[in-house]
Write a protein of this length. Structure first.
Length: 315
């Protein structure tokens, strides 16, 4: 029996499509939350700065010799404002990291479904430099607080200059928080997709690996012809299938490669787990292959074919 012509299978494609729909819906939900956070957060901070501007000593207070606000109170107000900006930026970045993680999975699924929606949106977002505008807006907000603080302590040049320096330091801290990148563990460098999780002897199973890195490591990452790309092993450790690469398999940033495991016709029933394995030590984060894939491949028995019924002969 020859392997089937569509290794992925209709059921698996349907599952990937449903997962992609959930990913897109989740991205939309987080995007709406991020929009609301920025809209209400910036509106509140703008109103707060306008209220704090009332504390600036003016000519009326000087004329009537009204006592000013104690410096310790002014410091407390400005400190709370800086703290709220930092907290807003941290919440902002947490939502962005969730969106990045979900979008990565959506892009991987789109490659199996021949879709490009998430990839096109991400590319347009990067080309338009939206993140740069957001960073500039947070920086301007911090500098506005610094200028306000300098005005509040206007009679004292040392305190006014100190507030400018503090606002600059906080702006740098907020920018660092806003550029936090997701921590990549052993599973964070690549993404795996199994073409199917249930099959019978004679089927073909696609095993696709995707490089999630945004930039290529310093050294080239390639599996040479004849090197082992994947190890498919039954749970009890008795049966092993090593998938060889028949041509060079480069893994550029955001690139992928598909290996095909042709399930043997005989004595292949069992529950298989997939380990990533290379014949040589690969550079950089590609050495992080300690764990198998999350899902297993179940190879069942073929259904017995019914014998053809003999047609009755005319007497």
């Amino acid at each position: 029996m020859q392997p089937r012509s569509s290794p992925g299978g209709t059921a698996t494609e349907t599952q990937h499509l449903e997962e992609w729909k959930v990913a897109r819906e989740t991205i939309q939900n987080f995007d709406e939350r991020l929009h609301d956070l920025r809209k209400y957060g910036f509106s509140f901070l703008t109103a707060l700065l306008a209220a704090e501007a009332v504390l600036i000593p003016g000519p009326i207070k000087a004329t009537f010799a009204q006592p000013g606000v104690p410096p310790i109170v002014l410091f407390a107000v400005l400190f709370d404002t800086f703290l709220m900006i930092l907290a807003l930026r941290l919440l902002d970045r947490s939502y962005v990291l969730f969106i990045i993680a979900i979008a990565q999975r959506a892009k991987v699924l789109e490659r199996t479904l021949n879709l490009e929606l998430t990839e096109v949106i991400a590319q347009r977002h990067a080309d338009d430099r939206i993140d740069l505008y957001v960073r500039a807006l947070y920086g301007a907000l911090n500098m506005a607080v610094g200028v306000l603080g300098a005005a509040l302590f206007a009679p004292d040049l040392n305190l006014s200059g100190g507030m400018i320096v503090v606002s600059f330091v906080v702006a740098v801290l907020v920018d660092v928080v806003g550029n936090l990148q997701p921590t990549r563990g052993p599973r964070g460098v690549v993404d795996w997709i199994l073409g199917r999780t249930e099959c019978v002897p004679g089927d073909a199973v696609n095993i696709t690996v995707t490089n999630l890195l945004e930039k290529d490591p310093p050294l080239a990452i390639e599996l040479e012809p004849g090197e082992y790309g994947w190890v498919v092993r039954v749970r009890d450790g008795e049966k092993v299938a090593r998938l060889k690469v028949h041509a060079k398999a480069p893994f550029p940033a955001q690139g992928n490669h598909t290996f095909v495991w042709n399930v043997p016709e005989r004595d292949s029933e069992g529950v298989y787990i997939v380990f990533a394995h290379a014949a040589k030590k690969l550079p950089g984060p590609w050495t992080l292959y300690p764990a198998p894939l999350r899902r297993s491949i179940v190879v069942g028995k073929k259904k017995a074919e019914r014998p053809a019924q003999e047609k009755p002969t005319a007497e």
